[in-house]
Design a protein around this ligand. Structure first.
Ligand code: BGC
Length: 730
């Protein structure tokens, strides 16, 4: 008998397996297939598929789960129907997209990733889980653990950026935060690593487009965060909408059955994305719903999100002898196991506790946690002449429609986030300044991006009279997220024209950028002395931004994704491969390059400034060589030589000098966030094992190869302060 061990049980694996088996024995084929069916509660996140009588279907035992049901009472009602009015009384699983908070929102995931702080990310995911579970929801469709190198893709906002190591650390942290130590606890929820796999490689960044990548790119870049989520015990995984090697993910036995279930031993269940089993027909790999259902189940996918193809087709497919009932049993087992782990059978209403709901959702300490991570997520891209922090200005001009918008700071995938709860940039600045400071707001441009003459003129007037202008520019929240890819990634509308006009005044301008993806902003970089990257920071955005503007918090965020100089450089990433004609070595004119723009990004991965200065010294390796089953310690001393306390993210990169396949010029292998008082120095030690150096080799296995490696320590991928080398022995 298999013993569940993938995610923390509140009772023994054997006891749960016994319960699963005895329930399975009682079930008819129809009831089994019913468990594989997920209905939609609303059409928030996808187009309507087909209308069914939900209540009748629940009573008939045809439903295992419902997603996006709006309202606590409605969820409770549906649960009552399942438990009290269906034959077997199997409780429903309620799923919801809780991606960066339920009601108290933290920064969008790309923003959270800029904190490079897995502890803070885990804490915030635990806050999200507490609120979600208090709302009667058992399962979040998060974390998204896709990796992307394409700023055009709208869903870059829900990723952790371009790097597999950072992405893996954060994937595991989020799973731990959501699921806690025990899924049976009141305040934890089942997590879902999505979208399996390589969705972030949609061609040209165009949403839902095809994906065409090598097995190496899949294994080296896209799978590690999923593997980390599985190792952290994630309970479910969601298929991607996209294809891999011309097979749509939900029907890919290579991805689902071979890699996820067999190679990694994943024992949770796999859910389709919205209608993605039926979409096998539109991908033209299935002729009809019957074939779609067969392909998906055989590939190892377990639950059908709103597509109805399993519930419509599987019974007949089994009865006709086309599909083996054992496959249906395996899928049902996985879903029942999750329900037992959540302790839904003992008390199906345990997530409906009115008191807990009222005291948990939007609790003060949740807002505090959100403010803390929002501050850490801000990246200071530029700060010429120490324009920041602002010290006692008499008049601050606050400019921009985005500065006065509680709606925009929440970003996409906002679950129950409410703009009325959110602190705007303007409110944050007003709260942070004392009575002696005059805060003057002017819109400058419309939310649509247009900056008509009268708005511009007024902004120039207000700015001219101020000591400093804080200008909020960037994207409104709808410009990133699902189905929000952009081919132009400059400042939207006429924001640049407004900034050009403001530049004519003598007042220094601080740009507060809001965006869900890297933007191409070379003009801003050249013409504005200070730039703060603030993503969409969530409920506490305005306070967090003011904390940084006025020096209450020293910025420590680092970019999780490179910013291009122009969209034509995309995809651009620090961990690229060498070529036979590397730009820096080739004869002039014959290198891997463009003739019109340089190869370098505007701001590279890992970049982020501070109000203080850090110095690196004494890079030291515990050995010059080590064996495959050993580790090596790399230590470096970091000192805060400025006069402000601050946090530094120490980044460790390695380079495998010769491999059986081309190896990246640099790969993040470790990072550590250290808080240092002025004049404080700390030795930071990293441990490197051969697993940390593994990749998809020419022998088609994930393994490290013996040989020489370079190790580099620095402040960003292009600000390396010290390097050394070691050898990995056979
Ligand atoms: C998205 C998923 C999401 C699902 C359910 C889909 O459109 O791709 O990420 O979990 O809808 O809302």
């Amino acid at each position: 008998m298999p013993v569940m061990n993938t995610y923390a049980p509140h009772e023994s694996g054997e006891a749960i397996e016994d319960k699963v088996e005895s329930l399975l024995d009682e079930m008819t084929l129809e009831e089994k297939v019913g468990q594989l069916n997920q209905l939609n509660g609303s059409e928030h996140t996808g187009p309507a598929v087909s209308e069914v009588d939900k209540e009748a279907e629940i009573r008939a035992g045809n439903v295992g789960s419902i997603l996006n049901v709006d309202g606590y009472e409605k969820r409770k009602h549906f649960q009552r129907l399942a438990v009290e009015e269906s034959e077997l009384g199997i409780p429903l699983l309620f799923g919801y997209d809780v991606v960066h908070g339920y009601r108290t929102l933290s920064p969008i995931p790309l923003g959270e990733a800029a904190s490079w702080d897995p502890v803070a990310v885990e804490e915030m995911s635990a806050v999200a889980a507490a609120e979600t579970s208090a709302a009667g929801i058992h399962w979040t469709f998060g974390p998204p653990v896709d990796l992307t190198r394409d700023a055009r893709w709208g869903r870059a906002m829900e990723t952790s950026g371009e790097d597999p190591h950072l992405g893996s650390e954060l994937a595991a942290a989020r799973v731990r935060g959501f699921q806690g130590d025990d899924l049976g606890a009141d305040d934890t929820v089942l997590a879902c690593a999505k979208h399996f796999a390589a969705y972030g490689e949609v061609k040209a960044g165009r949403e839902y487009n095809t994906v065409d990548i090598s097995e190496s790119t899949l294994r080296d870049l896209h799978l590690p965060p999923f593997k980390a989520a599985v190792d952290a015990g994630v309970g479910t995984v969601m298929n991607a909408f996209t294809d891999h090697d011309r097979v749509p993910a939900g029907a890919s036995d290579h991805l689902v059955r071979d890699i996820l279930k067999d190679e990694w031993g994943f024992e949770g269940f796999v859910v389709s994305d919205w209608n993605s089993f039926r979409e096998l027909i539109y991908h033209r790999v299935a002729e009809d719903e019957r074939e779609a259902a067969q392909l998906a189940l055989e590939a190892g996918s377990d639950m059908d999100m709103v597509g109805h193809v399993f519930v419509n087709e599987l019974v007949e497919l089994v009865e006709d002898g086309v599909v083996d009932e054992a496959m249906v049993d395996d899928a049902v087992r996985r879903i029942l196991r999750a329900k037992f782990l959540l302790d839904l059978f003992d008390d199906p209403y345990r997530y409906f506790d009115d008191q807990r709901r009222d005291s948990t959702i939007l609790a003060d300490d949740h807002r505090e946690t959100a403010r803390e991570i929002a501050r850490k997520s801000i990246v200071m891209l530029k700060n010429d002449d120490d324009v920041l922090p602002l010290t006692d200005p008499d008049t601050v001009a606050v400019v921009g429609a985005l500065a006065d918008s509680g709606d925009d700071v929440l970003g996409d995938w906002r679950a129950q986030g409410n703009p009325d709860d959110a602190v705007t940039v303007l409110e944050g600045i007003e709260t942070a300044t004392n009575a002696g400071t005059n805060v003057e707001y002017t819109k400058g441009y419309e939310r649509s991006g247009e900056a008509p003459e009268p708005l511009r003129e007024q902004a120039v007037e207000v700015t001219a009279d101020a000591d400093v202008a804080v200008v909020a520019v960037g994207e409104t929240w709808e410009l990133s997220g699902e189905c929000s890819s952009r081919a132009n990634i400059d400042l939207p509308g006429e924001q640049r024209e407004l900034l050009e006009a403001l530049r004519e005044t003598d007042t220094p301008v601080v740009a507060v950028l809001t965006n869900g993806r890297p933007l191409a902003i070379p003009w801003l970089d050249e013409n504005v002395p200070a730039i703060l990257e603030t993503w969409f920071l969530g409920t506490e955005a305005g306070h967090a931004i003011a904390d940084v503007l006025f020096g209450e918090h020293n910025p420590s965020g680092k970019l999780p994704m490179s910013f291009p100089q122009t969209v034509g450089q995309v995809p651009i990433n620090y961990n690229h491969l060498p070529t036979g004609r590397p730009a820096e070595k080739a004869e002039p004119g014959w290198g891997t390059s463009y003739i019109d723009v340089p190869n370098d990004p505007l701001y590279t991965f890992g970049h982020g400034l501070s109000y203080t200065t850090f110095e690196y010294s004494d890079l030291d390796l515990s050995a010059a060589a080590f064996e495959m089953d050993e580790q090596i310690q790399v230590s470096v001393t970091v000192e805060n030589v400025g006069d402000t306390a601050g946090a530094e993210v120490v980044q460790l990169y390695t380079r495998d000098l010769v491999g059986s396949r081309t190896r990246p010029v640099k790969e993040l292998t470790g990072f550590r966030r250290v808080e240092l008082e002025p004049n404080e120095r700390r030795e930071v030690t990293f441990e490197i094992a051969s697993d940390d150096l593994a990749f998809w080799t020419a022998d088609e296995e994930v393994a490290a190869e013996p040989g020489e490696f370079e190790v580099m320590v620095g402040r960003s991928a292009d600000d390396i302060r010290s390097s050394a080398s070691f050898e990995l022995l056979d």
